[in-house]
Design a binder for this molecule. Structure first.
Ligand code: ADP
Ligand code: MG
Length: 448
């Protein structure tokens, strides 16, 4: 299977070969033709499976098609002739110049939105004059408004800031024909439901909507029912599928000191190319980054409480390999796509079991292997159990010589009140409805 057999136009196929993509991923092979046929879609597939291209390529196809049918916008507004917004004086009098984007993508975080925008420019590099704009928080309004005032093809936004512009009447959305909700479940978790509804209200009824979500149960499913028309469901690999390229390990820690010792040991091993260490809170991220810096690590923190400029600089440093360790919170790390992250370390467990899957998906990118290490204290036992139920996979427990836990592994002698019922049914040793392939328990993986 190759990209041109999917029916993509030549400039896009060329851009993909420049990007080094030789063949579509499974979700791309399914979603691209489906999206190009014009149907609404509900798509789930695991992180790192290439979802961005599976909506951005159809989006760019639409932009190309519109280029054929709509008049070319004049590059600069003229002094002598605008007759209200959208009109310019052409050689034969005023003519309509399309205003506002034809494609709108909503994404949960700034990082993710910027990453999607980069994908748009990368895949669209051979579309002359392609106009992509982003509307995200933490950026001055003035600059954003300038980017929005001219003609536009693709707008990528976080819901909150987009709604601000919409409320101010600064944003014509009447031309949007392709509406994408990326990581819809996450946007709902972040409380964007009303914003999404308000934005959808401002869009034309006649449009195509595609929605990406790790799950379509619960609120994401209800949102899909409200926004989509006769959608096709594409589910390539559920979140429960084994992350084949990611080895998972669990270390039980007696206490915080022990946990720090385990972390310090792992970070000094040579196999660590770059490590992403997750904490539960912004404060923990700061404290841990400071401690690791004092130990001589090239390290910084990334969390939602930092100003956007600094967050961008930290991410640049990670990409430029000036950082070997990044200590981050869930929200801030959401969009990170750095292929050289060899280790994800859960220093503080996530609040929600889904986040575990998103976290470990930051490694094992683009065909590389990765190691996801969870450092858990006994009080984390309930969450470890919930994660294992959610993924229907057991995270194999491991020890480091000289740093073995003094207390036995809690799973070995479950107590009432420890969060989960003991018994053989614990780790989904059988297919559950909608849960994809069961995990081959105890499947041996070669160590790296
Ligand atoms: P998702 O949104 O599903 O988590 P992304 O769209 O962010 O995944 O893609 C993950 C990584 O895989 C990115 O680095 C992207 O450039 C790369 N990628 C996507 N599609 C392909 C492909 N067909 N061939 C090779 N690499 C790809
Ligand atoms: Mg994505």
């Amino acid at each position: 299977m190759s990209f041109d057999t999917l029916g993509l136009a030549e400039p896009l196929v060329r851009a993909l070969s420049v990007a080094g993509y030789t063949e579509p991923t499974s979700v791309q092979a399914e979603a691209i033709p489906a999206a190009m046929s014009g149907t609404d879609l509900m798509v789930s597939s695991r992180t790192g499976s290439g979802k961005t291209a599976s909506f951005m390529l159809p989006a760019l196809m639409r932009v190309l098609a519109l280029r054929e049918s709509e008049p070319k916008p004049a590059p600069m507004p003229r002094n002598d002739g605008p007759r209200g917004p959208g009109f310019e004086r052409g050689p034969r009098g005023p003519r309509f110049v399309p205003q506002g984007p034809s494609v709108l993508v909503l994404a949960p975080t700034r990082e993710l939105a910027l990453q999607v925008a980069k994908a748009a420019s990368d895949y669209g590099r051979y579309i002359p004059g392609l106009r992509v704009a982003t509307v995200v928080g933490g950026v001055p309004y003035g600059a954003q408004l300038r980017a929005l005032s001219g003609p536009l093809d693709i707008l990528i936004a976080t819901p909150g800031r987009l709604l601000d512009h919409l409320g101010a009447g600064k944003l014509p959305l009447g031309r949007v024909g392709f509406f994408v909700l990326d990581e819809a479940d996450r946007m709902l978790d972040m409380g964007f439901i009303d914003d999404i509804h308000a934005i959808a209200e401002a869009l034309p009824q006649q449009r195509q909507t595609v929605m990406f979500s790790a799950t379509f149960s619960g609120p994401a499913g209800r949102l899909a029912e409200e926004l989509l028309r006769e959608p096709r469901r594409i589910e390539v690999a559920s979140h429960t599928e084994t992350h084949a390229d990611i080895e998972q390990r669990l270390h039980w820690a007696d206490d915080l000191r022990h946990k720090n010792a385990l972390l310090d040991h792992i970070l000094t091993t040579r196999e660590v190319d770059q490590a992403l260490v997750f904490t539960s809170t912004q404060r923990d991220a700061e404290v841990l980054a400071t401690r690791l810096a004092e130990m001589g690590h090239q390290v910084d923190a990334l969390h939602g409480g930092m100003p956007q400029g600094r967050r961008n600089r930290v991410l640049d440093q990670l990409r430029n390999r000036r950082l070997r360790v990044l200590v981050a919170t869930d929200v801030a790390a959401r969009g990170i796509d750095v292929k050289t992250i060899s280790h994800v370390i859960n220093y503080g467990l996530p609040m929600k079991e889904e986040d575990y899957v998103h976290r470990i998906g930051r490694t094992g990118r683009a065909g590389r292997t990765g190691l996801a290490v969870t450092l858990a204290e006994r009080r984390d036992f309930g969450m470890v159990q919930r994660i294992q139920r959610f993924t229907t996979q057991r995270i194999p427990a491991a020890t480091i010589t000289g740093l073995e836990p003094r207390t036995p592994e809690p799973a070995a002698r479950p107590k009432p009140g420890f969060g989960a019922k003991p018994g053989p049914k614990r780790f989904g040793n059988g297919p559950k409805p909608g849960y994809g392939k069961p995990f081959a328990r105890g499947a041996a993986k070669p160590s790296r």
